[in-house]
Design a protein around this ligand. Structure first.
Ligand code: C2E
Ligand code: MG
Ligand code: MG
Ligand code: MG
Length: 283
């Protein structure tokens, strides 16, 4: 029965698979043109230090203003860029551009850059990063790299080697989307990340059920015991912020503070974020 269903589905979806393949080829070509013509932009979203009550820096998030499709979000093109290897030139551009822009910010602000699995596992990442730092004059401790635990699945030994070589460069390393992978805890034990970014899904649940508090508390307690900072992603509500503060989460990021914005707008946030988010939220 399963076989027949599968076959039926196959026939039913065949035209749309063609269509999908056509769209992918088109998008790949468009990506190549965007790489050639400098067609990407970086947006920045604040990372806020609850304990120090100050702005820590910004996460750089790529945007693609497409000539006909409007703003294309990374969720729509990063997977294709990964599959085609185009993530390598794109990722290099992101690194360079993020460092260049952050160089103009006050010295105590850092910039976080997402490194995709293929980019992470490609040879020469440490060199690429050193070149971006040297070319822009940004000091290494102001650059934070965000990786997801999926890099461990490919090759644990190699991943640990790369992480240590990046640590030698002097940059900080954050584990992104923590809690969404398979065996998160073992990776935490394997490498001393500077920061653990708790995935948005855990923060979303905070407003509703009681168990979510316990999960946040467990993660912050564990991270603290291992000498790592914690950041909660996707904070949208003042209630969530209060719970996170109470459960010992040091950093937050989310629409409550600000959506990602173009780099021209970040200067305004330098001063504004001197105010406590508690006040901002109720203002
Ligand atoms: P991420 O690294 O986990 O980035 C956080 C994502 O959550 C961003 O989506 C951000 O806009 C969104 N976000 C932040 N606060 C909130 C909130 O309060 N509520 C909700 N609903 N969403 C929030 P974005 O910019 O669409 O990026 C999606 C993903 O694409 C990123 O997830 C990251 O994995 C990837 N990405 C973005 N920029 C780059 C890049 O330059 N290089 C690579 N390799 N990946 C990137
Ligand atoms: Mg990230
Ligand atoms: Mg994240
Ligand atoms: Mg996430």
């Amino acid at each position: 029965r399963a076989k027949r269903d599968g076959k039926a589905n196959h026939h039913f979806f065949e035209p749309s698979l063609d269509e999908q393949a056509r769209r992918r080829r088109e998008m790949e070509l468009d990506l190549r043109l965007a790489i050639r013509d400098g067609g990407f932009e970086l947006y920045f979203q604040p990372l806020y230090d609850l304990r120090a009550d100050r702005l820590q820096g910004f996460e750089a998030l790529i945007r693609w203003p497409h000539p006909t499709k409007g703003m294309v979000s990374p969720g729509e093109f990063i997977p294709l860029a990964e599959e085609t290897g185009l993530i390598l030139p794109i990722g290099e551009w992101v690194l360079r551009e993020a460092c260049r822009i952050a160089r103009a910010w006050p010295d105590n602000l850092s910039v976080a850059v997402n490194i995709s699995p293929k980019q992470f596992l490609a040879p020469g990442l440490a060199t690429t990063i050193m070149q971006a730092l040297t070319a822009t004059g940004l000091s290494p401790e102001r650059l934070e790299l965000e990786i997801t635990e999926s890099v461990f699945i490919a090759n644990v030994e190699k991943t640990l080697g790369t992480l240590h070589s990046l640590r030698d460069v002097g940059v900080r390393i954050a584990l992104d989307d923590f809690g969404t992978g398979y065996s998160s805890l073992s990776y935490l034990r394997s490498f001393p990340f500077d920061k653990v970014k708790i995935d948005r899904s855990f923060v979303q649940d905070l407003a509703q059920e009681g168990n979510a508090h316990a999960v946040i508390r467990a993660i912050t307690t564990l991270a603290e015991a291992l000498g790592m900072d914690t950041l909660a992603e996707g904070v949208e509500l003042p209630e969530q912020l209060e719970i996170l503060r109470r459960e010992g989460c040091q950093y937050i990021q989310g629409y409550l503070l600000s959506e990602p914005i173009p780099s021209a707008g970040v200067n305004e946030l330098f001063d504004e974020m001197a105010a406590k988010p508690r006040q901002r939220a109720t203002a």
